[in-house]
Design a protein around this ligand. Structure first.
Ligand SMILES: [Mg+2]
Length: 490
């Protein structure tokens, strides 16, 4: 494996920084690097405006940051550019493409019972014209103003979703719209859908307030999906912008999460439907290859960023290797400040959550830590092996593990110590083999994880880099997903 010298040098700095963090309490001093996500750094760039907004957005999209009321004030400009720029479209397209690939791969019985559930607001229809006038989620949600907008019936189709809708219909799949909009908006919603290009549907399910007043979106939506199944439909897919569209049983065979970093409890510029396709292209932090006001059409790495978001949100699953063209991008990401920043937002959120709990203090509160890419970092190994571009080689990876020199992930180590200080016990839960117990214990101890509880007791929290760390029953009261675009474990 050929590793460019620059990468090796960067890696050396990274390991040095990680080790120094592990040993002392000094803040990590990873050299600032230029990569696609951090366009405003020079060779020795410092604080990057907007970086933490990007991390905040990833935290929201991965359901790590929950129950938030409004977009952080300082992120209004960032989000406006994101929503109006190409990145939002590109992120959506990677997800709807994946949804179609999935649908196409199915062997469907042509009995008219296959159904795909579409959420409406920010999934089928876009309310960006409204949000553009209301601070892109920075302003507190105003139900009256939003309903006035809905009643104009002028919401635009989200182009990628409309394409997916048409492709699914052509496969013989029926569509059910399931929305938190109330029943009294049925007529305007139906008209709006038709005008935007969604001409036909099997069901249009709105929220009947006589049944669901005061009930959560998850309760309402899962209850209505259960009703569909009772009527004999097979929900083969389910797409929405909110996690509440996708959680709850039954979810449907597979779910797809569209991006939405704005606060949209239910339900972008005066634009006609087609003009959303031609939104003036804007420069924003995610589109670094722009100069001044001139937009460079082909942005290298743009689709790698979308790919990474889709992976982190569990939209792209079962993948074997990082796409070849994303090797440089992923390498720069995991070696650069953005990976650290993304991790920090997640572990901070985890600590805030832990601190907010009323713990029993009976020594039974446990936090589950995954090990690889959560507690310990195997970046030195991956840097030598193409950052996930090369197929996973078990014997080679085990050789690396047996050296017992994996550095800690600084943010996780900090969280570990803070949780211990709260009286929470730690359980490490890993897919590593029994024969690696000694080397793993020593590696953990050498890097600052000095103590742990072996038995899984009452799990109050669970943190890992793979969705397989977090899914399943007994997940723990709340889960936290750390970034990892290097590999996928089912
Ligand atoms: Mg929605």
């Amino acid at each position: 494996m050929h590793v460019p010298m620059a990468i090796l040098q960067l890696l050396t700095c990274l390991i040095a920084a990680i080790l120094s963090t592990a040993q002392g309490s000094s803040p990590p001093s990873i050299p600032h690097q230029i990569h696609l996500l951090r366009p405003q750094t020079g060779a020795a760039g410092e604080s990057v405006v907007g970086v933490s907004c990007l991390s905040w957005r990833l935290g929201v999209e991965t359901n790590n940051i929950i129950n938030w009321k409004q977009v952080p004030e300082k992120c209004a400009g960032y989000l406006g550019h994101y929503m109006l720029g190409h990145q939002y479209r590109e992120d959506s397209k990677v997800i709807t493409d994946e949804a179609f690939l999935y649908a196409k791969s199915l062997r469907l019985a042509q009995d008219g019972k296959n159904i795909w559930v579409f959420d409406i607001d920010e999934t089928s229809l876009s309310n960006l014209p409204y949000y553009a006038k209301h601070g892109f989620g920075v302003e507190l949600y105003n139900a009256t103003a939003f309903n006035e907008w809905v009643l104009t019936g002028k919401a635009l189709a989200l182009p990628e979703s409309l394409k997916l809708y048409k492709k699914l219909l052509s496969l013989g799949i029926k569509v059910a719209f399931l929305t938190g909009r109330p029943e009294d908006q049925r007529t305007v919603t139906a008209t709006n859908l038709k005008n935007a290009g969604f001409k036909t549907w099997e069901k249009l399910i709105l929220k009947d307030l006589s049944i669901y007043k005061g009930k959560t979106a998850v309760f309402f939506k899962s209850n209505e999906r259960a009703k569909l199944e009772k009527k004999g439909y097979r929900i083969i897919g389910n797409i929405g912008d909110q996690w509440s569209d996708l959680l709850g049983i039954p979810t449907g065979n597979r779910t797809f999460k569209l991006p939405d970093p704005m606060k949209i409890p239910q339900t972008i510029l005066e634009l006609s439907h087609d003009s959303l396709l031609n939104i003036p292209r804007q420069i924003h932090l995610l589109r670094p290859k722009t100069t001044g006001a001139t937009f460079v059409d082909k942005v290298e790495g743009l689709s790698c960023l979308s790919w990474r978001l889709a992976v982190e949100t569990n939209n792209i699953i079962g993948w074997k290797t990082v796409p070849q063209e994303c090797e440089g991008y992923v390498g720069n990401y995991v070696l650069g400040g953005q990976y650290r920043e993304d991790s920090r937002v997640v572990t901070n959120q985890a600590f805030l959550y832990a601190k907010s709990l009323n713990l029993s203090g009976d020594g039974k509160d446990v936090w589950v830590f995954d090990i690889d890419e959560t507690s310990l970092s195997n970046l030195p190994y991956y840097a030598d092996n193409g950052f996930g571009v090369e197929p996973y080689n078990a014997s080679q990876f085990n050789e690396w593990v047996l050296k017992g020199v994996a550095p800690p992930l600084p943010e996780s180590l900090e969280l570990y110590h803070k949780l211990l200080a709260l009286g929470i016990k730690v359980v490490f839960l890993t897919g590593r083999g029994e024969d690696q117990i000694t080397v793993t214990s020593n590696n953990l101890k050498n890097t600052g994880y000095h103590t742990w509880e072996k038995l899984i007791l009452k799990i109050v929290g669970n943190i890992g880099d793979q969705w397989s760390d977090l899914l399943g029953s007994s997940t723990g009261n709340r889960t936290f997903k750390l970034p990892d675009p290097l590999y996928y474990i089912a």
